[in-house]
Design a protein around this ligand. Structure first.
Ligand code: 6PG
Length: 248
C-alpha cells in the first residue's frame, strides 16, 4: 500500500483566525472544482464559527450554492431537531438559509436503529458518487472537516472500537459512544472519510492541548489514522499548541 501523503500543520492566532482560514480553504476547494462539489461537515462545537462565517454576506455570496452538496461525517442517533444533532447546528446556522434542500444530506436518524441509518446513508453516498467502490482517482469529497475529541476520536471513530477497523463499509452504526453525549452514533468509516481531496482538522483552545500533544507524538489514535488520500491539514490555534505560534 502506498504511504499516505504527509500531514501539514497550520498554526493561527485564535479561533476567529482559525474559522477564517478554514473558510478560505473551503472556498479554494470549491473554486478548484468547476463541477459538482461535495463537502463533508463535522459535528461538535469546533466548526461553529466557521459555519457562522459561511453564513455571513461576504462568504455566502461567494459560494455557488447550486453546485455544492453538504454531507456530514458522523451523527448522534437522536432526532433531527434534537439539540445534540450535529447536522441541526449546520442547518440552523447556514444550510437552511442558503443551500437548496436537495443539496443537504443529513444522516437519517428516523431509522429503526443506527445500523439501518448507516445502511441508508451509505446507499445515499453511493448513489451520489455513482459507484459502489471508491476510486482513488475520483475522491468522494472535495473537503472533509474533522474535529478531535479528548480521547483522540474523530467523527464517531473511537479508540479501540470495531468501527475504526472497518475497511469495506462506508458508514457504520456505533451502539455506544465513548464520550458525551452518550447516545449511539452513526459514522463514516476511515476509507470513506479518506476519499477526499482535503481533510481539514480544526482544533482550538487550551482544552485541546493535551490531545494535540499526544497526536503530534504519533500515538495510534483514530485522529492519527484518519488521513486523506489527498491532503491532510491540521489547523490549530495558538492556545491548542501551548502558546507557540509555529507552523510545520
Ligand atoms: C461529534 C463529532 C466529534 C467531534 C469531536 C470534537 O459528533 O461529537 O463529530 O468527532 O468533532 O468530539 O468535538 P468539539 O468540536 O465539540 O470539541
Amino acid at each position: 500500500m502506498p504511504s499516505p501523503a504527509p500531514v501539514s500543520r497550520i498554526v493561527v492566532a485564535d479561533p476567529a483566525a482559525l474559522a477564517l482560514t478554514a473558510a478560505q480553504r473551503l472556498l479554494a476547494r470549491i473554486d478548484a472544482n468547476a463541477g459538482r462539489v461535495a463537502i463533508g461537515l463535522t459535528g461538535g462545537s469546533s466548526p461553529k464559527q466557521l459555519y457562522q462565517l459561511l453564513a455571513s454576506e461576504a462568504y455566502s455570496k461567494r459560494i455557488p450554492w447550486d453546485r455544492v452538496h453538504w454531507f456530514i461525517g458522523d451523527e448522534r442517533f437522536v432526532p433531527a431537531n434534537d439539540a445534540r444533532n450535529n447536522m441541526r447546528m449546520a442547518r440552523e446556522i447556514f444550510l437552511d438559509r442558503f443551500a437548496p434542500r436537495g443539496h443537504i444530506h443529513p444522516i437519517p436518524t428516523d431509522a429503526a436503529d443506527p445500523d439501518e441509518s448507516a445502511r441508508r446513508y451509505e446507499h445515499e453516498l453511493k448513489a451520489f458518487y455513482g459507484a459502489d467502490d471508491l476510486d482513488p482517482a475520483l475522491p468522494l469529497f472535495d473537503l472533509v472537516l474533522m474535529g478531535v475529541g479528548p480521547d483522540g476520536h474523530t467523527a464517531s471513530l473511537f479508540p479501540d472500537y470495531p468501527a475504526i477497523t472497518e475497511t469495506k463499509r462506508w458508514v457504520v452504526g456505533v451502539p455506544k459512544a465513548h464520550v458525551e453525549p452518550f447516545v449511539p452514533r452513526v459514522t463514516l468509516t476511515l476509507p470513506a472519510l479518506a476519499s477526499c481531496r482535503e481533510m481539514l482538522f480544526e482544533l482550538a483552545g487550551e482544552e485541546k492541548r493535551a490531545i494535540l500533544t499526544r497526536l503530534l507524538a504519533g500515538e495510534n489514535l483514530p485522529a492519527n489514522r484518519a488521513r486523506s488520500i489527498g491532503e491532510t491539514v491540521f489547523l490549530v490555534d495558538r492556545a491548542a499548541t501551548g502558546g507557540e505560534l509555529r507552523g510545520g
